[in-house]
Design a protein around this ligand. Structure first.
Ligand code: FAD
Length: 256
């Protein structure tokens, strides 16, 4: 069931408005093929809600802006978890402190306006997909039953101290294995991670009403004009950057 309430959201969270800021890399730690990076932005920059994303690019470096979920957001500061696989993420993750970063957003529909509020959720996250789910868990403890997080290499755990994460190279357990153990009937699922993981979840929990996946297609403009990130849904083509990134599994049967 979709929640139609949007209390607490500003026009910037709901419409095609966004702010742009010239930010600076304030901190970055690298481990296990990932970086945790903090970018200082103008205090006027509208803080993304859980599930929303921003477009980042380096003032000097790879030219194309790319989409990134937020791990944590506060006035004047955004935190990210980057998988160091690709031109921008590697450049950003390894950039010198003070490097100038152009930040635009927030974009996308906050998770809380897409999900039912009459159940609690197990948050299933793989790799950098853990970021928006931690943001959600911090903002909505009353909707969070448990987490089922997994990464391949143990180094990532050092970047997220105190977070319960299965490390595949240690015990062989994945986020998916954790989800099987921690989910039970009556609970919902919010999943974000690599497509094979989302596919597995979409197949196994297809009949469950409150199962949602956060999709990561290549984003163009970020605010719905170019339609380059559109995906097929039961209600027609929808834009990951605008209606998404979160979709009910029942809306995207092709994922199965
Ligand atoms: C809503 C949303 C939220 C996201 N949040 C995050 C996040 O929090 N953290 C995160 O790390 N990512 C996130 N992403 C994913 C990220 O935006 C993309 O992976 C983006 O392309 C990264 O840009 P890049 O320049 O670093 O990598 P790119 O250079 O675009 O490369 C991306 C992938 O494509 C491969 N690739 C590149 N060029 C080629 C080629 N010629 N042939 C074959 N393969 C190639 C790379 O090896 C890599 O695996 C998010 C995406 C979306 C849509």
């Amino acid at each position: 069931m979709k929640r139609d309430s949007s209390e607490g959201l500003t026009a910037a969270h709901q419409g095609p408005f966004f702010s742009a800021s010239s930010g600076r890399l304030e901190s970055s730690a690298v481990a296990g093929g990932y970086a945790r990076a903090t970018i200082g932005v103008d205090h006027s920059f509208v803080a993304p809600r859980p599930g929303q994303f921003v477009l980042l690019r380096l003032r000097e470096g790879p030219a194309l802006p790319r989409a990134f979920s937020v791990l944590a957001a506060e006035a004047g500061r955004l935190e990210f978890l980057l998988k160091l696989d690709g031109a921008l993420r590697e450049a950003l993750g390894r950039a010198a402190m003070g490097t100038e970063v152009v930040v635009r957003g927030p974009y996308g529909t906050p998770y809380e306006t897409r999900i039912g509020r009459d159940c609690r959720y197990v948050l299933a996250g793989g790799g950098s997909g853990i970021a928006p789910l931690l943001h959600f868990a911090a903002a909505y403890p009353e909707l969070t039953e448990d987490v089922a997080f997994g990464v391949r290499e143990r180094g990532v755990r050092d970047l997220l101290p105190g977070v319960d994460i299965a490390v595949e190279e240690e015990g062989g357990e994945t986020a998916d294995d954790r989800l099987r153990k921690r989910w039970k009937h009556g609970l919902g699922i919010l999943a974000c991670g690599p497509e094979p993981m989302l596919r597995g979840i979409a197949q196994r929990y297809a009949a469950e009403p409150d199962t949602y996946v956060s999709l990561e297609t290549r984003i163009g403009c970020g605010f719905g004009a170019c339609q380059g990130c559109s995906v097929e849904t039961r209600s027609g083509m929808q834009r990951v950057c605008r209606e998404g990134p979160l979709f009910a599994c029942s809306e995207v049967p092709w994922l199965r």
